[in-house]
Design a protein around this ligand. Structure first.
Ligand code: PRP
Ligand code: MN
Ligand code: MG
Length: 194
């Protein structure tokens, strides 16, 4: 186990077993259709890579990168598009792939934006569903695990851009973020360091 990890919340085996189940479920639900998996950069990359290989359908992959402005405790949820999809989606069944739903702000914004592009259908699949009060209530059609309101990293999820390469989901030792709390950084909220 990595020295900065307090506890492994979800092992590699647990993740892969759940992803295989999700893949089967999605394959059944979309039988006869083409599907576009829309991954959100950067956190959802390991999940979408494994999930895509667990789905047996004609499948396209595309990605969007979005960044939240300012403090995520604000309910305004202003999000900026860093990278957009390559093409139109009005002829496509779109499944948004997220690694985690936390405040709900990112997903709320994405759903709003994508609905206006009139996809044939729009659904959401998130590996993790954090148990907390959402700032924005969002529909989650498929999810892997409900997790407690702890700071988790690994399998795509980062703290200050690190730990994305861990093969499991772990709880980060609080000493890691207090050690790094320089006077400059203490002004930043955890949300801004996501
Ligand atoms: C994280 C995570 C989700 C989002 C969830 O992404 O990957 O996309 O936050 O949080 P929310 O429900 O409170 O909006 P982040 O903005 O850290 O970017 P990253 O994927 O590049 O790490
Ligand atoms: Mn993300
Ligand atoms: Mg992040």
């Amino acid at each position: 186990m990595h020295q900065d990890i307090e506890e492994i919340l979800l092992s590699e085996e647990q993740l892969q077993e759940k992803i295989a189940d999700l893949g089967k479920q999605i394959t059944r639900d979309y039988a006869g259709d083409h599907l576009l998996l829309l991954g959100t950069l950067k956190g959802a990359v390991p999940f979408i890579a494994d999930l895509a290989r667990a789905i047996e359908l004609p499948l396209e992959l595309d990605y969007m990168a979005v960044a939240s402005y300012g403090n995520s405790t604000q309910s305004s949820g202003i999000v900026r598009i860093i990278k957009d999809l390559e093409g139109p989606i009005d002829q496509k069944h779109v499944l948004i792939i997220e690694d985690i739903i936390d405040s709900g702000l990112t997903l709320h914004y994405l759903i709003d934006l994508l609905k206006r592009r009139n996809p044939l259908s729009l659904k959401v699949c998130s590996l993790l569903n954090k148990e907390r009060l959402r700032i924005k209530d969002v529909p989650i059609d498929y999810y892997g695990f409900t997790i407690p309101d702890k700071f988790v990293v690994g399998y795509g999820l980062d703290y200050a851009q690190l730990y994305r390469n861990l093969p499991y989901i772990g709880i980060l030792k609080p000493s890691v973020y207090s050690e790094e709390a320089t006077p400059e950084k203490t002004h930043k909220s955890m949300a801004e360091q996501k």
